[in-house]
Design a protein around this ligand. Structure first.
Ligand SMILES: Cc1cc2nc3c(=O)[nH]c(=O)nc-3n(C[C@H](O)[C@H](O)[C@H](O)COP(=O)(O)O)c2cc1C
Length: 204
C-alpha cells in the first residue's frame, strides 16, 4: 500500500477508537494531530483525518483545510465522529460548514457515529450541552435529530463499531487497487458518486 497515515483529534476517545481500528485494518501509521504540522504530512500519499463534531465543527480539521494547497496530489479522506444519526441532510450541512466547495469536491468524507456520555463531559461542555438541551426543548419544531440528541442526555450511548469503518477502509484500499477481504455495511455519510482521479487537484 502507498504511504498512508491516519490522523485524529479526539476529546472523549470515540474518534480515537475509530482511528485505531482504521490504522490496524490498513496496517498504516497513526498519529494524534494536535502536535503535527503540515510539513509532517509531506511524506504521505494518502491522509485519513478524523475528528469529533463539536457544534457541527470537526475538531482539528484545520490541519487539512488550512493547508490544502500544500497537500496537492495526495488522496485525502476525512471522517467526522458525532452523536447524530448521520442523516444525509445533517451531514451535508456539516461538510458545507467545514469545507469550502473546492475542498469538498476533492476529498472523500465519511461519518462514523461515536458516542455521548453527559455525565463524563467537562464542566464547559456540560454548560454548553445544557444550554442546547433547553434550546431544543423550547423549540416548537423539534427535528428527529433533536429528539435523538435529547435521548442521549438520559443515558450514555456508544455506537463505535468496527463494522462502521468498512466504507472508509474499502475506499482507501481501492486507491492502491487492493481488494477488500471482507465487505461489511458501508459507513453512512457522504460518499461522492465519483472518486476524483487525484483527490486534491483543483476542479475549477
Ligand atoms: C459541546 C459538545 C458539542 C457537540 N456537538 C455535536 C454536534 O454538533 N453534532 C454531533 O453529532 N455531535 C455533537 N457532539 C457529540 C460529540 O461529537 C460526540 O460525543 C463524539 O463522539 C465525540 O468524539 P471525541 O470523543 O472523539 O471527541 C457534541 C458534544 C459536545 C460535548
Amino acid at each position: 500500500m502507498k504511504k498512508t497515515l491516519v490522523l485524529y483529534r479526539s476529546v472523549y476517545g470515540y474518534t480515537k477508537d475509530y482511528a485505531e481500528m482504521i490504522a490496524e485494518e490498513l496496517g498504516c501509521g497513526l498519529r494524534e494531530a494536535s502536535r503535527m504540522s503540515a510539513g509532517d504530512l509531506a511524506p504521505y500519499d494518502t491522509l485519513i483525518f478524523g475528528g469529533g463534531l463539536y457544534a457541527s465543527a470537526i475538531n482539528g480539521v484545520n490541519i487539512i483545510r488550512d493547508h490544502f494547497d500544500l497537500l496537492q496530489g495526495k488522496h485525502i479522506a476525512v471522517w467526522a465522529t458525532g452523536i447524530n444519526a448521520g442523516s444525509p441532510e445533517v451531514m451535508e450541512r456539516v461538510w458545507r460548514r467545514n469545507f469550502p466547495e473546492k475542498i469538498q469536491k476533492n476529498i472523500r468524507t465519511f461519518y462514523l457515529r461515536g458516542g455521548f456520555d453527559y455525565g463524563n463531559l467537562s464542566p464547559l461542555h456540560k454548560i454548553m450541552m445544557t444550554g442546547l438541551k433547553w434550546k431544543i426543548k423550547a423549540s416548537k419544531n423539534q427535528s428527529e435529530e433533536d429528539a435523538g440528541l435529547l435521548k442521549a442526555y438520559q443515558r450514555p450511548e456508544n455506537h463505535c463499531d468496527r463494522r462502521n469503518i468498512a466504507g472508509l477502509v474499502t475506499y482507501v484500499r481501492s486507491l492502491s487497487g487492493i481488494t477488500p477481504e471482507s465487505s461489511g455495511p458501508a459507513a453512512p455519510g457522504r460518499t461522492p458518486e465519483k472518486s476524483p482521479p487525484h483527490s486534491t487537484e483543483p476542479t475549477a
